[in-house]
Design a protein around this ligand. Structure first.
Ligand code: FAD
Length: 400
């Protein structure tokens, strides 16, 4: 998506991502679909990606930020996210890098923690490495305050006990930012975030999920059994930082996740537009064809509106303005807009729409989860109701 309202720097990012998407992500994503499992860690695609020198969460995007004036990091990340998702979101989520574990370390980590966990592990292009982020538990999804994984202080260590589920790249990560509670009765105030390294005794990887979509991406269950984590691996030197870290991360990541949804919707839309052009020509001849084109146009309007909401949320963050409302707006709006685009595409393609090689059915399977992770649509509506219209917090327990 090259846009005349963007400057050359931003459009160059899009072109670079288009190259990576077309040459690496789409082929790797389709291969993962054929195999039915996530891209293996020794796939040559990861080395090839590392050789581009572009780690999405570190140097590549940071280099696009000028010395003076507002940051461009978040707008760049939004553009990259949409373009890469257009080619294959599952493959994109599997790319080496700190992933969702990056933002809490960047926001709350000490210089030592940033150097040790964000810089060093990802500096060798010949050794792809991953980070991960683990809040979700069986009884704590939307409601992060209900986390039951416990952390007990023992000298200069914390002992972690509990399980995490649906953790992206959790099985291959060198470290995982794990949210645990030092006092389950204290709710949010009791939460802390710990960086748990792969080989820490008591940390094991369980089941890898089989999902309806995003097949190329690994989603793992993690177990912590008397897992001794050095106290220096806790994020934020003062207490009460865990919940804050989780929430601050969302302001960064929700617009990105929304932009990914736009990318998937755009992929389905483009396919449908090609099919419509072939089938109807430039002159639709009957009411059904008119109705289909009308739906296609409506889908395009919604995707464009979703994209602008993402850009606004990222712009505010780049200008150091609070963007919690705008981040939630983009997240509540984009997934349904993209789902509408993919269902419209399925209908326009007709029988051909369910064929694997049409890509449209893959977009249809990939998009559903976008209304679930990074805060469900319902939860975004709660956040907006509270923040925008000052609804009371009592009786609504989802994270906000
Ligand atoms: C592919 C994939 C990757 C993921 N990656 C990660 C990861 O890397 N790290 C991680 O920690 N998690 C990850 N998750 C988990 C994801 O963040 C959770 O699935 C999400 O937070 C929703 O939690 P839940 O599934 O427990 O649903 P629940 O919270 O149980 O929600 C179920 C339903 O109830 C609704 N609901 C919940 N609370 C309220 C309320 N107060 N009012 C009204 N309605 C409500 C929700 O909207 C939803 O429709 C991933 C999930 C998937 C599918």
């Amino acid at each position: 998506m090259i846009d005349s309202t963007l400057d050359a720097g931003f459009n160059n990012v899009v072109l670079m991502m288009r190259h990576i998407g077309a040459s690496m992500l789409r082929p790797a994503g389709l291969e993962a679909e054929r195999r039915g499992t996530a891209i293996p860690i020794d796939d040559p695609m990861f080395l090839e990606f590392n050789r581009t020198g572009l780690s999405l969460s570190t140097s590549g995007i940071r280099n696009s930020t000028p010395k003076n004036g507002p940051s461009r990091i978040n707008r760049t990340a939004i553009l990259a996210a949409e373009e890469l998702a257009y080619w294959d979101q599952g493959a994109c989520m599997s790319l080496p890098g700190p992933g969702l574990g990056g933002p809490p370390i960047r926001i709350l980590g000490s210089d030592y923690q940033k150097e040790r966990f964000l810089e060093t592990p990802f500096s060798n292009p010949l050794k792809p490495a991953w980070g991960a982020y683990a809040t979700t538990e069986a009884a704590a999804g939307s409601d992060v305050a209900r986390i039951r994984t416990s952390a007990r202080k023992d000298g200069d260590h914390y002992i972690l006990n509990g399980n995490k589920m649906f953790i992206t790249n959790g099985g291959r990560a060198s470290w995982v930012v794990v949210f645990a509670t030092i006092d389950p009765e204290a709710g949010r105030a009791g939460q802390r975030a710990f960086i748990v390294e792969k080989d820490t005794p008591g940390f094991t990887v369980g089941r890898i999920e089989k999902k309806m979509g995003l097949t190329a991406s690994e989603t793992a269950t993690l177990f912590f059994e008397d897992c001794r984590v050095p106290a220096e691996n806790m994020l934020g030197s003062k207490g009460g930082s865990g919940f804050k870290a989780a929430m601050a991360t969302f302001d960064l990541t929700r617009p990105m996740v929304a932009a990914m949804a736009v990318g998937i919707g755009r992929c389905a839309w483009n396919r449908a537009a090609e099919v419509a052009r072939e089938a109807f020509g430039s002159n639709p001849s009957n009411p059904t064809e008119h109705k289909m084109l009308d739906r296609l146009a409506a889908a395009r309007r919604r995707l464009d509106a979703a994209r602008l909401l993402c850009w606004r949320a990222a712009w505010k963050m780049d200008h150091k303005e609070n963007n919690t409302i705008e981040a939630s707006m983009s997240k509540v709006y984009a997934p349904p807009a993209a789902l509408f685009a993919t269902t419209t595409a399925m209908d326009i393609c007709g029988l051909a729409g369910v064929r694997h090689d049409m890509l449209v059915e893959k977009c249809f399977r990939d998009i559903k989860v976008f209304d679930i992770f990074e805060g469900t649509g319902e939860v975004q509506r709660i956040i907006l109701a509270r923040r925008k219209f000052n609804y009371p917090r009592d009786g609504i327990s989802a994270s906000a």
